[in-house]
Design a protein around this ligand. Structure first.
Ligand SMILES: Nc1ncnc2c1ncn2[C@@H]1O[C@H](COP(=O)(O)OP(=O)(O)OP(=O)(O)O)[C@@H](O)[C@H]1O
Ligand SMILES: [Mg+2]
Length: 381
Protein backbone atom coordinates (compact mmCIF):
# COMPACT_ATOMS: atom_id res chain seq x y z
CA UNK A 1 0.00 0.00 0.00
CA UNK A 2 1.44 3.37 -1.03
CA UNK A 3 1.99 5.92 1.74
CA UNK A 4 0.85 9.42 0.84
CA UNK A 5 2.00 12.66 2.49
CA UNK A 6 -0.38 15.16 4.02
CA UNK A 7 -1.42 16.75 0.68
CA UNK A 8 -2.36 13.36 -0.69
CA UNK A 9 0.58 13.12 -3.09
CA UNK A 10 3.26 10.44 -3.21
CA UNK A 11 6.66 11.61 -2.04
CA UNK A 12 9.58 11.17 -4.45
CA UNK A 13 11.09 8.59 -2.14
CA UNK A 14 7.85 6.61 -1.94
CA UNK A 15 7.48 6.72 -5.71
CA UNK A 16 11.06 5.44 -6.15
CA UNK A 17 10.37 2.62 -3.72
CA UNK A 18 7.26 1.61 -5.68
CA UNK A 19 9.08 1.66 -9.00
CA UNK A 20 11.93 -0.45 -7.57
CA UNK A 21 9.44 -2.99 -6.32
CA UNK A 22 7.59 -2.95 -9.64
CA UNK A 23 10.75 -3.57 -11.58
CA UNK A 24 11.47 -6.62 -9.46
CA UNK A 25 8.01 -8.03 -10.17
CA UNK A 26 7.92 -7.23 -13.88
CA UNK A 27 11.47 -8.52 -14.43
CA UNK A 28 10.32 -11.90 -13.17
CA UNK A 29 7.43 -11.98 -15.66
CA UNK A 30 9.59 -10.77 -18.53
CA UNK A 31 12.29 -13.34 -17.82
CA UNK A 32 9.68 -16.06 -18.08
CA UNK A 33 8.30 -14.68 -21.33
CA UNK A 34 11.62 -14.29 -23.06
CA UNK A 35 12.72 -17.91 -22.68
CA UNK A 36 13.61 -19.70 -25.90
CA UNK A 37 12.33 -23.13 -26.95
CA UNK A 38 9.48 -23.36 -24.49
CA UNK A 39 8.01 -26.87 -24.75
CA UNK A 40 4.46 -26.92 -26.16
CA UNK A 41 3.13 -28.81 -23.11
CA UNK A 42 3.59 -25.64 -21.06
CA UNK A 43 0.94 -23.72 -22.93
CA UNK A 44 -1.14 -26.54 -24.35
CA UNK A 45 -4.54 -26.73 -22.69
CA UNK A 46 -8.05 -28.07 -23.33
CA UNK A 47 -11.19 -26.04 -23.87
CA UNK A 48 -13.81 -26.54 -21.17
CA UNK A 49 -16.39 -26.52 -23.95
CA UNK A 50 -15.23 -27.33 -27.50
CA UNK A 51 -17.98 -25.06 -28.88
CA UNK A 52 -16.15 -22.02 -27.57
CA UNK A 53 -13.59 -20.09 -29.58
CA UNK A 54 -12.14 -18.30 -26.56
CA UNK A 55 -12.52 -18.84 -22.82
CA UNK A 56 -11.37 -16.13 -20.42
CA UNK A 57 -10.94 -17.80 -17.06
CA UNK A 58 -10.37 -15.70 -13.95
CA UNK A 59 -8.18 -13.28 -15.92
CA UNK A 60 -6.17 -10.75 -13.91
CA UNK A 61 -4.26 -8.10 -15.85
CA UNK A 62 -2.40 -5.52 -13.79
CA UNK A 63 -0.30 -2.48 -14.68
CA UNK A 64 2.59 -1.91 -12.30
CA UNK A 65 2.90 1.89 -12.49
CA UNK A 66 4.92 4.34 -10.41
CA UNK A 67 1.75 5.54 -8.72
CA UNK A 68 0.76 2.02 -7.69
CA UNK A 69 -0.74 -1.14 -9.17
CA UNK A 70 -3.67 -0.59 -11.53
CA UNK A 71 -5.93 -3.63 -11.40
CA UNK A 72 -7.29 -3.02 -14.90
CA UNK A 73 -8.83 -6.50 -15.18
CA UNK A 74 -9.48 -8.25 -11.91
CA UNK A 75 -10.93 -11.72 -12.23
CA UNK A 76 -12.84 -11.78 -15.52
CA UNK A 77 -14.48 -15.01 -16.70
CA UNK A 78 -16.54 -15.34 -19.86
CA UNK A 79 -16.55 -17.27 -23.09
CA UNK A 80 -16.92 -16.46 -26.77
CA UNK A 81 -18.79 -19.29 -28.54
CA UNK A 82 -17.81 -20.21 -32.12
CA UNK A 83 -19.70 -18.18 -34.72
CA UNK A 84 -21.33 -15.87 -32.17
CA UNK A 85 -20.92 -12.22 -31.31
CA UNK A 86 -20.22 -11.25 -27.73
CA UNK A 87 -20.74 -7.60 -26.85
CA UNK A 88 -18.63 -6.14 -24.07
CA UNK A 89 -20.06 -2.93 -22.57
CA UNK A 90 -19.10 -0.62 -19.74
CA UNK A 91 -18.03 2.93 -19.02
CA UNK A 92 -14.67 4.28 -20.12
CA UNK A 93 -11.77 2.79 -18.16
CA UNK A 94 -13.54 -0.35 -16.96
CA UNK A 95 -11.05 -2.70 -18.65
CA UNK A 96 -12.73 -3.64 -21.93
CA UNK A 97 -9.72 -2.92 -24.11
CA UNK A 98 -7.25 -4.39 -21.65
CA UNK A 99 -9.19 -7.69 -21.72
CA UNK A 100 -8.92 -7.86 -25.50
CA UNK A 101 -5.29 -6.76 -25.51
CA UNK A 102 -4.58 -9.58 -23.06
CA UNK A 103 -5.99 -12.02 -25.62
CA UNK A 104 -3.71 -10.56 -28.30
CA UNK A 105 -0.88 -10.26 -25.72
CA UNK A 106 -0.32 -6.71 -26.90
CA UNK A 107 -0.29 -5.12 -23.46
CA UNK A 108 2.10 -2.28 -22.83
CA UNK A 109 5.09 -4.10 -21.43
CA UNK A 110 6.84 -4.45 -19.09
CA UNK A 111 4.33 -2.72 -16.78
CA UNK A 112 1.26 -4.50 -18.14
CA UNK A 113 1.21 -8.20 -17.15
CA UNK A 114 -1.29 -11.01 -16.86
CA UNK A 115 -0.76 -11.98 -13.24
CA UNK A 116 -3.29 -14.78 -12.91
CA UNK A 117 -5.86 -16.79 -14.85
CA UNK A 118 -6.02 -18.38 -18.29
CA UNK A 119 -7.14 -17.38 -21.76
CA UNK A 120 -7.87 -20.53 -23.70
CA UNK A 121 -7.87 -20.16 -27.46
CA UNK A 122 -9.42 -22.88 -29.62
CA UNK A 123 -7.25 -23.73 -32.63
CA UNK A 124 -9.48 -26.54 -33.88
CA UNK A 125 -7.29 -29.56 -33.29
CA UNK A 126 -5.81 -28.18 -30.06
CA UNK A 127 -6.06 -25.27 -27.65
CA UNK A 128 -3.44 -22.87 -26.32
CA UNK A 129 -3.35 -20.81 -23.17
CA UNK A 130 -2.16 -17.54 -24.70
CA UNK A 131 -1.08 -16.12 -21.36
CA UNK A 132 1.64 -18.79 -21.20
CA UNK A 133 2.55 -19.00 -24.89
CA UNK A 134 5.93 -17.57 -25.92
CA UNK A 135 6.23 -14.60 -28.28
CA UNK A 136 7.17 -16.66 -31.34
CA UNK A 137 3.93 -18.66 -31.08
CA UNK A 138 1.89 -15.53 -30.44
CA UNK A 139 3.24 -13.95 -33.61
CA UNK A 140 1.70 -16.76 -35.62
CA UNK A 141 -1.60 -16.40 -33.79
CA UNK A 142 -1.96 -12.63 -34.12
CA UNK A 143 -3.60 -11.60 -37.38
CA UNK A 144 -3.99 -15.24 -38.33
CA UNK A 145 -6.21 -16.81 -35.66
CA UNK A 146 -7.19 -13.65 -33.78
CA UNK A 147 -7.31 -10.27 -35.47
CA UNK A 148 -8.31 -6.85 -34.34
CA UNK A 149 -10.20 -3.92 -35.83
CA UNK A 150 -9.18 -0.72 -34.12
CA UNK A 151 -11.20 2.35 -33.34
CA UNK A 152 -9.36 4.85 -35.51
CA UNK A 153 -8.58 3.51 -39.02
CA UNK A 154 -5.94 6.15 -39.74
CA UNK A 155 -3.75 4.84 -36.92
CA UNK A 156 -4.08 1.26 -38.17
CA UNK A 157 -3.02 2.16 -41.72
CA UNK A 158 0.43 3.32 -42.74
CA UNK A 159 0.11 6.64 -44.61
CA UNK A 160 3.06 6.04 -46.93
CA UNK A 161 2.04 2.70 -48.41
CA UNK A 162 -0.67 1.94 -50.94
CA UNK A 163 -3.77 0.09 -49.70
CA UNK A 164 -3.00 -2.98 -51.81
CA UNK A 165 0.52 -3.33 -50.42
CA UNK A 166 -0.70 -3.09 -46.84
CA UNK A 167 -3.28 -5.85 -47.23
CA UNK A 168 -0.81 -8.03 -49.15
CA UNK A 169 1.70 -7.64 -46.36
CA UNK A 170 -0.74 -9.23 -43.92
CA UNK A 171 -1.43 -12.09 -46.34
CA UNK A 172 2.26 -12.70 -47.01
CA UNK A 173 3.15 -12.74 -43.29
CA UNK A 174 0.88 -15.73 -42.75
CA UNK A 175 1.18 -17.24 -46.22
CA UNK A 176 0.94 -20.91 -45.36
CA UNK A 177 -0.55 -22.11 -48.64
CA UNK A 178 2.39 -20.58 -50.59
CA UNK A 179 0.46 -18.09 -52.73
CA UNK A 180 2.43 -16.31 -55.45
CA UNK A 181 2.20 -12.57 -56.11
CA UNK A 182 -0.65 -12.77 -58.60
CA UNK A 183 -2.69 -14.95 -56.24
CA UNK A 184 -2.06 -12.53 -53.38
CA UNK A 185 -3.26 -9.63 -55.48
CA UNK A 186 -6.37 -11.59 -56.46
CA UNK A 187 -7.04 -12.34 -52.80
CA UNK A 188 -6.60 -8.64 -51.90
CA UNK A 189 -9.07 -7.58 -54.60
CA UNK A 190 -11.47 -10.26 -53.39
CA UNK A 191 -11.20 -8.94 -49.82
CA UNK A 192 -11.81 -5.35 -50.92
CA UNK A 193 -14.92 -6.46 -52.76
CA UNK A 194 -16.07 -8.50 -49.78
CA UNK A 195 -16.08 -5.40 -47.57
CA UNK A 196 -18.17 -3.53 -50.10
CA UNK A 197 -15.58 -1.46 -51.96
CA UNK A 198 -16.89 -1.17 -55.53
CA UNK A 199 -13.84 0.31 -57.20
CA UNK A 200 -11.52 -2.35 -55.82
CA UNK A 201 -8.85 -2.10 -58.56
CA UNK A 202 -8.67 1.67 -58.07
CA UNK A 203 -8.58 1.54 -54.28
CA UNK A 204 -5.85 -1.10 -54.49
CA UNK A 205 -3.51 1.58 -55.85
CA UNK A 206 -4.60 4.42 -53.54
CA UNK A 207 -2.99 5.84 -50.41
CA UNK A 208 -4.98 5.94 -47.14
CA UNK A 209 -5.41 9.76 -47.26
CA UNK A 210 -7.26 9.45 -50.57
CA UNK A 211 -10.09 7.51 -48.91
CA UNK A 212 -12.94 8.68 -46.70
CA UNK A 213 -13.18 7.56 -43.06
CA UNK A 214 -15.80 4.91 -43.83
CA UNK A 215 -13.74 3.52 -46.72
CA UNK A 216 -10.64 3.37 -44.53
CA UNK A 217 -12.51 1.45 -41.89
CA UNK A 218 -13.61 -1.01 -44.59
CA UNK A 219 -9.97 -1.43 -45.61
CA UNK A 220 -9.03 -2.09 -41.97
CA UNK A 221 -11.79 -4.70 -41.77
CA UNK A 222 -10.47 -6.29 -45.00
CA UNK A 223 -7.03 -6.50 -43.38
CA UNK A 224 -8.51 -8.11 -40.30
CA UNK A 225 -10.27 -10.70 -42.46
CA UNK A 226 -7.25 -11.41 -44.66
CA UNK A 227 -6.30 -14.70 -43.01
CA UNK A 228 -9.79 -16.00 -42.13
CA UNK A 229 -9.35 -15.47 -38.39
CA UNK A 230 -11.34 -17.53 -35.90
CA UNK A 231 -11.85 -14.55 -33.64
CA UNK A 232 -12.22 -10.90 -34.60
CA UNK A 233 -11.90 -8.28 -31.89
CA UNK A 234 -13.72 -5.10 -32.85
CA UNK A 235 -12.75 -2.41 -30.34
CA UNK A 236 -15.21 0.44 -30.86
CA UNK A 237 -14.96 0.06 -34.65
CA UNK A 238 -17.54 2.72 -35.42
CA UNK A 239 -16.93 5.46 -32.86
CA UNK A 240 -14.90 7.58 -35.27
CA UNK A 241 -17.61 7.43 -37.98
CA UNK A 242 -20.86 9.32 -38.48
CA UNK A 243 -24.12 7.47 -37.85
CA UNK A 244 -25.03 6.52 -41.44
CA UNK A 245 -21.58 5.11 -42.13
CA UNK A 246 -21.70 3.45 -38.69
CA UNK A 247 -24.91 1.64 -39.71
CA UNK A 248 -23.28 0.49 -42.96
CA UNK A 249 -20.19 -0.84 -41.19
CA UNK A 250 -22.35 -2.68 -38.64
CA UNK A 251 -24.37 -4.25 -41.46
CA UNK A 252 -21.14 -5.26 -43.13
CA UNK A 253 -19.77 -6.91 -39.98
CA UNK A 254 -23.03 -8.77 -39.43
CA UNK A 255 -23.09 -10.14 -42.98
CA UNK A 256 -19.42 -11.05 -42.94
CA UNK A 257 -19.75 -12.98 -39.72
CA UNK A 258 -22.38 -15.23 -41.31
CA UNK A 259 -20.19 -15.74 -44.36
CA UNK A 260 -16.97 -16.70 -42.61
CA UNK A 261 -18.31 -18.19 -39.37
CA UNK A 262 -15.88 -16.33 -37.12
CA UNK A 263 -16.61 -15.20 -33.60
CA UNK A 264 -16.67 -11.48 -32.87
CA UNK A 265 -15.80 -9.76 -29.61
CA UNK A 266 -17.56 -6.46 -29.96
CA UNK A 267 -16.36 -3.77 -27.56
CA UNK A 268 -18.33 -0.57 -27.21
CA UNK A 269 -20.01 1.75 -24.74
CA UNK A 270 -22.96 2.16 -27.08
CA UNK A 271 -25.80 -0.06 -25.90
CA UNK A 272 -27.75 0.55 -29.11
CA UNK A 273 -24.94 -0.98 -31.15
CA UNK A 274 -24.75 -3.97 -28.82
CA UNK A 275 -28.50 -4.56 -29.13
CA UNK A 276 -28.14 -4.80 -32.89
CA UNK A 277 -25.01 -6.90 -33.01
CA UNK A 278 -24.58 -9.21 -30.07
CA UNK A 279 -25.85 -12.69 -29.21
CA UNK A 280 -24.35 -12.48 -25.74
CA UNK A 281 -23.56 -9.44 -23.61
CA UNK A 282 -20.96 -8.96 -20.90
CA UNK A 283 -21.29 -5.87 -18.69
CA UNK A 284 -18.01 -4.76 -17.11
CA UNK A 285 -17.50 -2.35 -14.27
CA UNK A 286 -14.13 -1.31 -12.81
CA UNK A 287 -12.25 -4.35 -14.07
CA UNK A 288 -14.88 -6.93 -13.17
CA UNK A 289 -17.93 -8.45 -14.79
CA UNK A 290 -21.08 -7.37 -12.97
CA UNK A 291 -23.58 -9.12 -15.23
CA UNK A 292 -23.56 -11.40 -18.25
CA UNK A 293 -26.20 -13.15 -20.29
CA UNK A 294 -27.83 -13.41 -23.69
CA UNK A 295 -28.85 -10.21 -25.44
CA UNK A 296 -32.45 -10.92 -24.41
CA UNK A 297 -31.47 -11.40 -20.72
CA UNK A 298 -29.59 -8.12 -20.59
CA UNK A 299 -31.97 -5.97 -22.62
CA UNK A 300 -35.28 -7.30 -21.36
CA UNK A 301 -34.39 -8.44 -17.84
CA UNK A 302 -31.43 -6.33 -16.69
CA UNK A 303 -30.63 -7.29 -13.10
CA UNK A 304 -27.58 -5.38 -11.87
CA UNK A 305 -28.24 -1.77 -10.78
CA UNK A 306 -25.39 -0.70 -13.06
CA UNK A 307 -26.96 -2.36 -16.12
CA UNK A 308 -30.34 -0.90 -15.17
CA UNK A 309 -28.68 2.53 -14.92
CA UNK A 310 -27.00 2.11 -18.31
CA UNK A 311 -30.35 1.20 -19.87
CA UNK A 312 -32.02 4.21 -18.28
CA UNK A 313 -29.32 6.53 -19.60
CA UNK A 314 -29.94 5.43 -23.20
CA UNK A 315 -32.22 7.73 -25.23
CA UNK A 316 -35.31 6.01 -26.62
CA UNK A 317 -36.91 7.14 -29.90
CA UNK A 318 -40.41 8.51 -29.33
CA UNK A 319 -40.06 8.80 -25.55
CA UNK A 320 -40.07 12.35 -24.20
CA UNK A 321 -38.00 13.08 -21.11
CA UNK A 322 -36.96 16.42 -19.59
CA UNK A 323 -33.50 15.24 -18.69
CA UNK A 324 -31.80 11.98 -19.63
CA UNK A 325 -30.86 9.85 -16.62
CA UNK A 326 -27.19 9.64 -15.74
CA UNK A 327 -25.68 7.33 -13.13
CA UNK A 328 -24.48 9.49 -10.20
CA UNK A 329 -20.83 9.51 -9.09
CA UNK A 330 -17.85 8.12 -10.94
CA UNK A 331 -15.85 4.93 -11.34
CA UNK A 332 -13.58 4.29 -8.30
CA UNK A 333 -9.85 4.88 -8.57
CA UNK A 334 -8.39 1.65 -10.04
CA UNK A 335 -5.28 1.91 -7.84
CA UNK A 336 -7.30 1.92 -4.66
CA UNK A 337 -10.37 -0.25 -5.01
CA UNK A 338 -12.75 -0.62 -2.06
CA UNK A 339 -13.12 -4.03 -0.46
CA UNK A 340 -16.92 -4.02 -0.86
CA UNK A 341 -19.03 -3.99 -4.04
CA UNK A 342 -17.30 -1.51 -6.40
CA UNK A 343 -20.62 -0.03 -7.44
CA UNK A 344 -22.00 0.49 -3.93
CA UNK A 345 -21.04 4.17 -3.65
CA UNK A 346 -23.05 4.99 -6.79
CA UNK A 347 -25.86 2.51 -6.28
CA UNK A 348 -29.39 3.70 -5.65
CA UNK A 349 -30.77 0.24 -4.91
CA UNK A 350 -28.62 -0.93 -2.00
CA UNK A 351 -29.98 -3.66 0.24
CA UNK A 352 -28.91 -5.25 3.47
CA UNK A 353 -25.58 -7.01 3.01
CA UNK A 354 -24.12 -4.50 0.55
CA UNK A 355 -21.53 -3.51 3.19
CA UNK A 356 -20.11 -7.03 3.02
CA UNK A 357 -17.30 -8.34 0.80
CA UNK A 358 -17.45 -8.07 -3.00
CA UNK A 359 -20.58 -10.04 -4.01
CA UNK A 360 -20.10 -13.40 -5.74
CA UNK A 361 -21.80 -14.42 -8.95
CA UNK A 362 -25.45 -15.48 -8.66
CA UNK A 363 -27.03 -17.65 -11.33
CA UNK A 364 -30.43 -16.29 -12.38
CA UNK A 365 -30.93 -18.74 -15.28
CA UNK A 366 -28.77 -21.08 -17.36
CA UNK A 367 -27.44 -18.12 -19.30
CA UNK A 368 -27.88 -15.16 -16.98
CA UNK A 369 -25.42 -14.32 -14.16
CA UNK A 370 -25.17 -11.30 -11.90
CA UNK A 371 -22.87 -10.21 -9.04
CA UNK A 372 -25.16 -8.34 -6.67
CA UNK A 373 -26.51 -8.75 -3.13
CA UNK A 374 -30.04 -8.03 -4.32
CA UNK A 375 -30.20 -11.57 -5.73
CA UNK A 376 -28.57 -13.45 -2.87
CA UNK A 377 -31.91 -15.13 -2.06
CA UNK A 378 -31.61 -16.90 -5.44
CA UNK A 379 -28.13 -18.21 -4.63
CA UNK A 380 -27.78 -21.98 -4.67
CA UNK A 381 -25.95 -23.66 -1.79
N1 LIG B 1 -0.51 1.21 -20.22
C1 LIG B 1 -1.23 1.44 -19.12
N2 LIG B 1 -0.64 1.83 -17.97
C2 LIG B 1 -1.37 2.04 -16.84
N3 LIG B 1 -2.71 1.89 -16.78
C3 LIG B 1 -3.35 1.51 -17.88
C4 LIG B 1 -2.67 1.27 -19.13
N4 LIG B 1 -3.57 0.90 -20.07
C5 LIG B 1 -4.76 0.93 -19.44
N5 LIG B 1 -4.65 1.29 -18.13
C6 LIG B 1 -5.73 1.41 -17.15
O1 LIG B 1 -6.51 0.25 -17.18
C7 LIG B 1 -7.88 0.56 -16.97
C8 LIG B 1 -8.73 -0.07 -18.06
O2 LIG B 1 -8.45 0.54 -19.30
P1 LIG B 1 -9.13 0.13 -20.67
O3 LIG B 1 -8.35 0.77 -21.76
O4 LIG B 1 -9.29 -1.35 -20.74
O5 LIG B 1 -10.56 0.80 -20.56
P2 LIG B 1 -11.78 0.66 -21.58
O6 LIG B 1 -12.88 -0.04 -20.84
O7 LIG B 1 -11.33 0.08 -22.85
O8 LIG B 1 -12.20 2.19 -21.76
P3 LIG B 1 -12.62 2.99 -23.10
O9 LIG B 1 -14.09 2.80 -23.22
O10 LIG B 1 -12.26 4.41 -22.76
O11 LIG B 1 -11.83 2.46 -24.24
C9 LIG B 1 -7.98 2.06 -16.91
O12 LIG B 1 -8.09 2.43 -15.57
C10 LIG B 1 -6.67 2.54 -17.50
O13 LIG B 1 -6.29 3.74 -16.91
MG1 LIG C 1 -11.02 0.88 -24.82
Amino acid sequence: MAKKNSDGYLSARESRRISRENRKITNEYEKKRKRKDVPEEEYLTTMHDPNNAVEFDNLHTYFFTDAGTVKAVDGVTYEVPIGKTVGVVGESGCGKSVTSLSLMQLLQRPQGQVTDGEIRLNLGDKAYDVTKAPDEVLQKIRGNVVSMIFQEPMTALNPVFRIGEQIEEVISLHNESGMNEAQMKARTIELLEMVGIANSEGVYKMFPHELSGGMRQRVVIAMALACNPRVIIADEPTTALDVTIQAQILDLLRNLKDKINSSIMFITHDLGVIAEMADYVVVMYAGRIVEKGTSDDIFHHPAHPYTIGLMASKPVVGKKVDKLYSIPGKVPNPINMPNYCYFKDRCEMCVEGCDGAYPCEVKLSDTHFVSCYRYYDKKED
